[in-house]
Design a protein around this ligand. Structure first.
Ligand code: BGC
Length: 746
C-alpha cells in the first residue's frame, strides 16, 4: 500500500470512531427523518436544499463555517479526498444536527480510467459491460471522496446535431433503458459497499428533443411520445433503484422541466411513487426567467419548489427566497419539509449517517491494470465496422509498411471524448503509440493536418507521399472532443475541416484505404465511406483507444459493435429513426425519384406523391442496429411457439444463427415487432429484445426471445393498454434485415 493509501485507512478509522454521534439506524428511517426535521430551524432546512460549487462561501474557513451553520446540503466539484473528508467531518462533528453532505461530480464515462463515450458504450449492446465499467468508475470516484455522480444521462435523441448525443445511449428507448439500468447498478452497486456512488437519472425529461439539436432549446413532445419513448429509460432507472433525478433545462410543451408539475409531481411522484430526491440542473431554476415562465428569481423558486425540485444546483433562488415565500404564505413549511425529507432519505439510504467516510477506502485502484483492461475491452466492443470490401481488414501484423495519417491518430486528449473532468490525457495510449509498438519502423506516420478542423493543405504532400510508399493507408478521421458534448451543437454534421479533401487525395494513390472515425456523434460520412475500402467507427474510445483499435485492426478480435443510432446521409434527413411511422404515403425503393433524373422541363406536378426526399431517397446512410464483423452470420429457422397468443400467454420466437465465415466473432441478434393497427398509429418497428452471442466458425446457435402481452403495451393518449390484433416479428442482424413472422394477440 502506498503512503497515500495508508493515510486513507487512517482517515477512515479515525472518522469512523468519531461518527457515533450521528449514528442513525437504517430501520425506522422515516421516523428519524421526521424527528430530525422537527429539530431543524427553517434556515437549516433551507440549507439542506442548497447545492453549491467549490468556493461559493469564500475561503476554506468560511466554507467550514457555512457547513457548521447548516447552510448547505451538498457540494459539487470539490476535489481532493483529504479535503472532502475534512469538510464531511465538520458537517458531522461541528454542525448542530450532524447531517452528512453529498459530494457530487460528473463522472460520466469514467473517473480517471476513461471508457468510451456513452454512445460508444451503447454500441456494445452489452449492459453487463456497462455495469462493470460504471462500477470501476464508482470505485475510482469514491476513493476520491465523491459519493454522488450526475449520471447516467438517459435522454433519448434522434438528433446527431445535438452535441449531447455523445452522452446518450442513442435513439431507442428499449436499448437506452437497458443501458440506463446497467449504469445505475454499476454506479450504486450495493449501497452498503464503501464504493457505492449515488447515481442520477438525468435530464428529466425530453431534453434530447431540443429543436434543431441546438442545446437548451425548446422541446415539443406530445404525451404519447413522451410516455412511449422519453419517459421509459427514466422509469426503468427508477425501478432499478436510482437514488436521485435531475430536472432538465428544456421547456417541455411550454412548461420548463425544472418547474413542471406534470412530469415532476404527477408522473414521478404520484404515478411512479418515487421517494428519492430531485436536483435541478445547473441554474435551471433561475433560467425559468429567460424562458419567460417566471418574472423573477422569487417566482422561479416558488414554481420549482411547488413543482417538486428538492435541491437547487449552483444558484441560490431557493436560499434567497424560500423564507420570504413562506412568510408571505405563498408556500408552506410542510412543502419545505417534504423536500428536506427527500434529501435526508437519500443520505440515509446511502448509509452516510453511519459511514460518512466509507467512500475513501483507497486510491490504489485508480488506473489499475484491471481497470485499463476493462476500458480496452469496452472500447473494442464499442467500435462498429461499417464497411470492409475485399476483406481489407484485418491487417496483417506482418504488413510491409503502413501509412498512418490523420491528427486524431495521436490525439491523447480528444480520444477521451466529452465530459471528462478527471480524465488525464497523459494516461492515454493513442493509436499511433499502439500501432507503432506493433509495427515499429514499418509504420509511417504523417498527420497531414494539424487538427480535425485544420484548413491548411500544407501537410497533404507529405501524407500522399507516405501513402504512395506504403502497402495500405490508415486514416484517422473524425472530430475533436470539443465538437460534441454540452452546448456543442453542430448544424453541419460532416467531417470538419478539409479531411475529405485529404482522403480524396489519398484515394488517388490507389492503395487500400482504411478509415477509422473518432467522433462524438454519428457523422454524415457517405462520401468518405464510398472512397474507403474499410471503415471502422470508433467513437471517442477513451484511455485505451490505441490498444483497443489495434485489437480489431490486426484481427486479434472481430469487431462486434452495432449502431445504437441511425446514420443519416446529411443533416437535412434529420430526424430519421428506425421506429418512425409508416405515413399514409409510404414510398418503396421503386418510388424513389432522384433529383438528377427529373427532366429539365418536366411538366409533372409531382414525383409520385410519396413520402420521400428527392435527393436523399428513403433510406438512411446506415440503419439502427447495423454493424459488420470479420465473419458472416446466416439467420434461418424462424419459429414462433404459436401463431396466436392470449393476453396471459408468452410467445417464444427463435431463430438459428450460424457463423458461416472463418472468424470467431460476436453477433448482436435483434428482435423487433410491429403492431400493425392501433388506436393510435404505431411505429414500423420496435426493438423488444437483443442478445449478444459468440460463435466459432461453422457453429450454430438457436436464439430465443420471449414476448409477453405486457411487452406490447403503449400509451394511446388516454391509457396504457395492450390491444389485440395482428403483429409482425423479426429476428435479424439490424433494424432493416431479418427473418419475418407474424402472430395474433387475442
Ligand atoms: C449539465 C449537467 C451536469 C451539470 C453539473 C450541467 O450543465 O447539464 O448534465 O450534471 O452541469 O456539472
Amino acid at each position: 500500500m502506498t503512503a497515500r493509501g495508508l493515510l486513507f485507512v487512517f482517515i477512515l478509522v479515525f472518522f469512523a470512531s468519531c461518527s457515533n454521534k450521528t449514528f442513525i439506524n437504517q430501520e425506522g428511517n422515516e421516523q428519524k427523518i421526521h424527528q430530525l426535521i422537527s429539530q431543524m430551524t427553517l434556515d437549516e432546512k433551507i440549507g439542506q436544499v442548497q447545492q453549491v460549487t467549490d468556493g461559493f462561501f469564500g475561503n476554506e474557513e468560511e466554507t467550514k463555517q457555512a457547513i457548521r451553520d447548516g447552510k448547505v446540503g451538498s457540494f459539487l466539484n470539490i476535489t481532493g479526498p483529504e479535503r472532502i473528508a475534512e469538510l464531511q467531518r465538520v458537517a458531522l462533528e461541528e454542525s448542530k444536527h450532524g447531517i452528512p453532505l453529498l459530494f457530487g461530480r460528473d463522472v460520466i464515462h469514467g473517473y480517471r480510467t476513461i471508457f468510451p463515450i456513452p454512445l460508444g458504450m451503447a454500441s456494445s449492446w452489452e449492459p453487463d459491460l456497462l455495469e462493470k465499467a460504471m462500477r470501476v468508475s464508482a470505485v475510482e470516484a469514491s476513493s476520491m471522496g465523491i459519493n454522488w455522480t450526475f449520471a447516467p444521462m438517459m435522454d433519448v435523441t434522434w438528433d446527431p446535431r445535438w452535441g449531447r448525443i455523445a452522452e446518450s445511449c442513442g435513439e431507442d428507448p428499449y436499448l437506452a433503458s437497458q443501458m440506463a439500468v446497467a449504469m445505475v447498478k454499476g454506479f450504486q452497486g450495493d449501497l452498503n459497499d464503501p464504493t457505492s456512488v449515488a447515481a442520477c437519472a438525468k435530464h428529466f425529461v425530453g431534453y434530447g428533443m431540443s429543436e434543431a439539436g441546438r442545446d437548451y432549446n425548446t422541446t415539443y413532445i406530445p404525451e404519447t411520445l413522451l410516455r412511449n419513448v422519453h419517459l421509459r429509460p427514466f422509469e426503468a432507472a427508477k425501478n432499478a433503484g436510482v437514488l436521485t433525478f435531475m430536472s432538465a433545462f428544456n421547456d417541455l410543451n411550454g412548461v420548463p422541466t425544472s418547474g413542471n408539475e406534470f412530469t415532476l409531481k404527477h408522473i414521478l411522484r404520484d404515478e411512479w411513487k418515487y421517494n428519492g430526491m430531485v436536483v435541478s440542473d445547473w441554474g435551471s431554476i433561475g433560467e425559468m426567467i429567460n424562458h419567460g415562465f417566471a418574472a423573477n428569481r422569487k417566482d422561479a423558486a416558488e414554481i420549482a419548489v411547488k413543482a417538486g425540485v428538492d435541491m437547487e444546483m449552483a444558484t441560490t433562488c431557493y436560499t434567497d427566497n424560500l423564507k420570504s415565500l413562506l412568510e408571505e404564505g405563498r408556500i408552506s413549511e410542510e412543502l419545505i419539509n417534504e423536500h428536506v425529507a427527500n434529501i435526508l432519505r437519500v443520505k440515509m439510504e446511502m448509509g452516510l449517517f453511519e459511514k460518512p467516510y466509507n467512500q475513501m477506502v483507497s486510491t490504489d485502484t485508480i488506473l489499475s491494470a484491471s481497470h485499463l483492461e476493462l476500458s480496452r475491452e469496452t472500447a473494442r466492443k464499442s467500435m462498429v465496422l461499417l464497411k470492409n470490401t475485399n476483406k481489407t481488414l484485418p491487417l496483417s501484423k506482418n504488413i510491409r509498411s503502413l501509412a498512418l495519417i490523420g491528427p486524431l491518430a495521436d490525439a491523447a486528449r480528444d480520444q477521451l471524448g466529452t465530459w471528462i473532468f478527471d480524465g488525464n490525457e497523459d494516461d492515454s495510449t493513442t493509436p499511433k503509440q499502439a500501432i507503432g509498438s506493433i509495427l515499429g519502423t514499418r509504420m509511417n506516420y504523417v498527420a497531414g493536418l494539424e487538427y480535425s478542423r485544420d484548413k491548411s493543405t500544407k501537410g497533404f504532400e507529405k501524407a500522399v507521399s507516405a501513402a504512395k510508399k506504403s502497402d495500405a493507408i490508415l486514416f484517422f478521421a473524425g472530430e475533436e472532443a470539443i465538437l460534441s458534448g454540452e452546448a456543442n451543437a453542430r448544424g453541419i454534421i460532416d467531417l470538419p475541416g478539409i479531411q475529405t479533401e485529404l482522403i480524396t487525395e489519398l484515394k488517388k494513390t490507389g492503395k487500400p484505404l482504411i478509415l477509422v472515425v473518432m467522433a462524438g456523434r454519428p457523422l454524415a460520412i457517405g462520401a468518405e465511406m464510398e472512397m474507403a475500402d474499410a471503415v471502422l467507427y470508433a467513437w471517442h474510445p477513451g484511455t485505451m483507444a490505441g490498444p483497443a483499435v489495434c485489437d480489431l485492426l490486426f484481427g486479434d478480435f472481430s469487431p462486434s459493435g452495432k449502431l445504437p443510432v441511425t446514420f443519416v446521409k446529411g443533416a437535412g434527413q434529420i430526424p430519421f429513426y428506425y421506429y418512425r411511422k409508416n405515413t399514409g404515403r409510404p414510398a418503396t425503393s421503386e418510388d424513389v425519384v432522384s433529383i438528377d433524373d427529373i427532366p429539365r422541363n418536366s411538366k409533372q406536378l409531382s414525383l409520385g406523391f410519396k413520402s420521400m426526399h428527392i435527393d436523399y431517397g428513403i433510406t438512411p446512410l446506415l440503419p439502427f442496429g447495423y454493424g459488420l464483423g470479420y465473419t458472416e452470420f446466416s439467420y434461418d429457422n424462424l419459429a414462433l411457439s404459436s401463431s396466436e397468443i392470449s393476453q396471459d400467454e408468452t410467445l417464444t420466437v427463435s431463430a438459428r444463427i450460424k457463423n458461416t465465415g472463418n472468424y470467431t466473432a460476436g453477433e448482436i441478434v435483434q428482435f423487433y415487432i410491429r403492431d400493425k393497427v392501433g388506436s393510435i398509429t404505431r411505429p414500423i418497428k420496435e426493438l423488444k429484445g437483443f442478445q449478444k452471442i459468440e460463435l466459432n466458425p461453422g457453429d450454430t446457435k438457436t436464439v430465443s426471445f420471449e414476448l409477453k402481452a405486457s411487452d406490447l403495451q403503449f400509451f394511446n393518449g388516454r391509457d396504457y393498454l395492450v390491444e389485440p390484433g395482428d403483429f409482425d416479428v423479426w429476428i435479424g442482424p439490424n433494424s432493416e434485415e431479418g427473418l419475418k413472422g407474424a402472430f395474433v394477440l387475442k
